[in-house]
Design a protein around this ligand. Sequence first.
Ligand code: PAF
Length: 281
Amino acid sequence: MRIIRSVPAMTVWTSGLRREGVGIGFVPTMGALHEGHRSLIRKARLACDAVVVSLFVNPTQFGPGEDYATYPRTLKDDAALCRAAGVDVLFAPSAAAMYPAGAHVSVTVGNLAQRWEGMIRPGHFDGVATVVTKLFSIVRPDRAYFGQKDFQQSVIVRRLAEDLSLGVKILVCPTVREADGLAMSSRNRYLTPVQRRVAPVLHEALQAGRTAILRGIRFGAQVARAMQRVVEQEPGVTVDYLACCDPRTLEPLARITKPAVLLGAIQLGRVRLIDNLLVRL
Ligand code: PAF
């Protein structure tokens, strides 16, 4: 496995492969890799001739007061995981390489970025869309793999690829969970042992929402209340949102007449957790 740090070197490598007709699979990450990332790499490895993983903690998607400075940076472990998983290139540029001084142009996402995570983290999805666009133009993949755990991100990245005709197929892969249901996330390592015991309550709440729908509840507000009741049983948990939405537009559903996505975000102390469940009627 090669570790490439410079943008021109990465571009040379991918241009060579593309000339030879090699299909490139791409897994963009911010590092601190876990089983969720490993499952994306596995899928890319099975479907593509060459696999590129990027490892870049993107400053433009963090707001003031968020965890950019303290975000786990574990290059050595990440490189070992990638090597063992059969990755061909680990692209790990610096912030200066990705955002040279004097850059003026960025990507702005419309309404899809205004709700849920976007409301709590203003500018976050513009930062994600900008870096993903840059990564796609450097790596020029045929297929790119994202986790369903970041549901809103996956909807926005699909739109980004389609609306800007980026020529890459977006694959959204199922969330990988711990045995107790907690969705795997690089930020789970911030949880104290007590918070870790409480954390699965988010998945339990989403499951309660799904059960309510499958039992015939058809009002989105009632489903949201069913989820809220579960979380309220745990003192010390703050709900950012628990909502029943249209999986394409992310608008809240007043009446549930078609597949829905249950979106949730909670705070345990200073740690934010997000998760979701798709419900097909
Ligand atoms: O999901 C992530 O890890 C990041 O948002 C991404 C897609 C790598 C962009 O920085």
